[in-house]
Design a protein around this ligand. Structure first.
Ligand SMILES: CC(C)(COP(=O)(O)OP(=O)(O)OC[C@H]1O[C@@H](n2cnc3c(N)ncnc32)[C@H](O)[C@@H]1OP(=O)(O)O)[C@@H](O)C(=O)NCCC(=O)NCCS
Length: 169
C-alpha cells in the first residue's frame, strides 16, 4: 500500500533520500545532478523540508511504501502580487518498481489540487523532449506543449532539448 502525502517540516533526511534516489535512478530526466545535490549539508535539507509542507508557497508530495520513500513531486508557487497566479512543477519521480499503477498521477494531481486551492492559474514545467512516460502523464492531466528550447540543458558535451509545458487550471 503506497501512502501519498506532503513532506513534514522535520523530514529533511527523508527528502534527501527520495531526491537522491530520483537523481540516481533517472539522471536524464532532471536538470540537477546527483553529485551537485548530494553535496548539500543536512541543514539545507532540513530547511527545504520545512519550506515545502504546503503551508507557504511550496509543496513536496512524497510516496511512501511502508515508510520508505519511493516517489515525489514538487510544486512552487511564485511570489509577489503580480506573479502569484503561476507555479512550477518539478522533480516528479516514481521508483521503477512502483510505476504504472497511478501513483505518479496521484502525486501530480495532489500537487495541482494544492495549487488550485491557492488560485494558481497556470502551472509550468520543463521536460526532456520525447520522454514518453512523462508526456503520457502530463498530457493526460491537460498540460499542453508551448515550445521546445533546443539548448535547455547541456549533458556530456551535448545539447538536450527541453519541452516547456503549461497547464491552465
Ligand atoms: C513519469 C513517471 C513519474 C510516471 O509515474 P507512474 O506512476 O508510472 O505513472 P502513472 O502510473 O500514474 O501513469 C500516469 C499516466 O501516464 C501513463 N504512463 C505511465 N507510464 C507510461 C509509460 N511508460 N508509457 C506510456 N504511458 C505511461 C499511464 O497510462 C497513465 O495514464 P492513464 O491514467 O490515463 O492510464 C515515472 O515514469 C518516472 O518517474 N519517470 C522517470 C522520471 C521522469 O521522467 N520524471 C518526469 C520529469 S519532468
Amino acid at each position: 500500500m503506497i501512502d501519498v502525502r506532503s513532506i513534514q517540516a522535520d523530514e529533511g533526511e527523508l527528502l534527501r533520500e527520495v531526491r537522491l534516489a530520483a537523481l540516481k535512478s533517472a539522471p536524464a530526466a532532471f536538470l540537477e545532478t546527483y553529485d551537485e545535490v548530494a553535496a548539500d549539508p543536512a541543514d539545507v535539507w532540513a530547511a527545504r523540508a520545512a519550506a515545502s509542507t504546503g503551508e507557504g508557497d511550496q509543496l513536496i508530495m512524497v510516496a511512501l511504501d511502508e515508510g520508505r520513500p519511493v516517489g515525489m513531486a514538487g510544486i512552487a508557487r511564485e511570489i509577489g502580487q503580480r506573479r502569484r497566479h503561476r507555479a512550477t512543477l518539478w522533480g516528479v519521480w516514481l521508483d521503477p518498481a512502483h510505476r504504472g499503477r497511478g501513483v505518479g498521477r496521484q502525486l501530480v494531481s495532489t500537487a495541482l489540487d494544492w495549487a488550485r486551492v491557492r488560485e494558481v492559474r497556470a502551472v509550468y514545467l520543463e521536460v526532456v523532449e520525447n520522454e514518453d512516460p512523462s508526456w503520457s502523464l502530463y498530457g493526460r492531466l491537460g498540460f499542453v506543449r508551448r515550445e521546445v528550447d533546443p539548448f535547455g540543458a547541456h549533458v556530456d558535451g551535448h545539447d538536450v532539448a527541453l519541452e516547456h509545458l503549461v497547464l491552465v487550471l
